[in-house]
Design a protein around this ligand. Structure first.
Ligand code: MAN
Length: 350
């Protein structure tokens, strides 16, 4: 059955070869999961650019941010036959009991006049800063606030864990770093574009070891820095397409019948997208949820790549009924698709 997404004819719209590496000796391996926004009539994407040195037959090498190293980047290089190396996932390896990512990500702006053809800036826009971002920054949601502020929530990765960092900007040139707003293990944080009854809201995704799981939570805050009133709003569903992990996309869309949130779900075999409809006054209440995915990895570039069978989104812009959604395909290239809000709501029975 076809899904609800009409993919751009030009997909993939950006590939690793379209991006200049951030330093000599590094290669852009993957482009992933962009935040999306409008600024002065143009569409902006904040791409996740994942880099590493070219790999060899004998060694696995990955960059780590280290202010003491030349150029601020230290290369961790391990012989493939080292008995203390273990790796079963292309995204991660463990060496001497410490976990590493196989790539280092930064965030980089790309701009478009038509929403489909993008030009990528030649240098990184934001790179990890400080020990809690030593393994990079990833998967940035961009919330466009009514006062012209853009709130960026991203995954901050280090050997200390995976948490949510926040940065604010008004002009995409100067950035105010607000630090880690939700500690590890947490990611997939999307801040609502407007307050509800005087409080700010967000969705986020803690990961439990033992009891609990990779579930979506909601929280609220008086100041966008201190988050409380945490409630689990959606769990994974055994036997379904979102049985293993779920996480919010970007800021939900206000509709007359509720907040519409596009989220990702995985069942260990693939990552699909679905929708949640949340109560307008109390977004911790789920009114409806997709039984079937609204989008599944089906195009060749969604099925084959750095990590295959993945469609993952954390960025879109909305015009009336039309969502222009940007997504990472197979953790390697950036694609776009249009979706109709009406169609998604109808699929939820609303
Ligand atoms: C998971 C995946 C990776 C990501 C790490 C750290 O393993 O989502 O793409 O790099 O988490 O966030």
């Amino acid at each position: 059955m076809p899904d609800l997404a009409t993919r751009f004819a030009a997909n993939p719209i950006l590939r690793p070869a379209d991006v200049v590496p951030s330093a000599p000796g590094l290669r852009v391996e993957c482009l992933l999961n962009p935040g999306a926004f409008r600024y002065r009539g143009r569409t902006g994407l904040l791409l996740r650019v994942a880099e590493r040195p070219p790999q060899t037959e004998t060694h696995v090498s990955t960059p780590v941010l280290d202010p003491a190293a030349p150029g601020g980047v230290r290369i961790v290089s391990v012989r493939r036959d080292d008995p203390e190396l273990s790796s079963s996932d292309p995204r991660l390896f463990t060496w001497k009991g410490v976990d590493y990512l196989t790539t280092l990500s930064h965030l980089r702006l790309a701009w478009s006049d038509d929403g489909e053809h993008f030009t990528v800036e030649p240098v990184p826009t934001l790179v990890g800063e400080g020990p809690q971002e030593a393994f990079g920054i990833e998967d940035c949601r961009v919330t466009t606030c009514a006062d012209g502020t853009y709130l960026l929530t991203y995954t901050a990765v280090s050997a200390d864990g995976v948490g949510v960092g926040c940065i604010a900007t008004r002009d995409w040139k100067s950035f105010e770093r607000r630090g880690m707003i939700i500690p590890p293990h947490n990611k997939d944080c999307a801040i609502f574009a407007e307050p509800i009854a005087g409080r700010h809201w967000c969705l986020h995704r803690p990961s439990g070891v033992g009891l609990g799981g990779n579930f979506i939570w909601a929280a609220s805050s008086p100041d966008l820095l201190h988050w409380g009133g945490h409630r689990c709003i959606a769990r994974t569903r055994p036997g379904m397409w979102d049985s293993e992990r779920i996480g919010a996309g970007c800021a939900p869309i206000r509709t007359p019948g509720g907040w519409l949130e596009i989220y990702h779900g995985s069942d260990r075999k693939r990552y699909c997208l679905g929708a949640l409809l949340l109560d307008l006054d109390d977004p911790a209440k789920v009114i409806a949820r997709s039984r079937e995915p609204i989008m599944e990895p089906s195009a060749p570039c969604e099925q084959t790549g750095f990590f295959g069978h993945v469609v993952f989104t954390n960025g879109h812009v909305v015009d009336g009924d039309r969502i222009s959604m940007y997504y990472g395909a197979a953790d390697e290239v950036i694609c776009g698709a249009h979706l109709s809000i009406r169609d998604i709501l109808a699929s939820l029975g609303h």
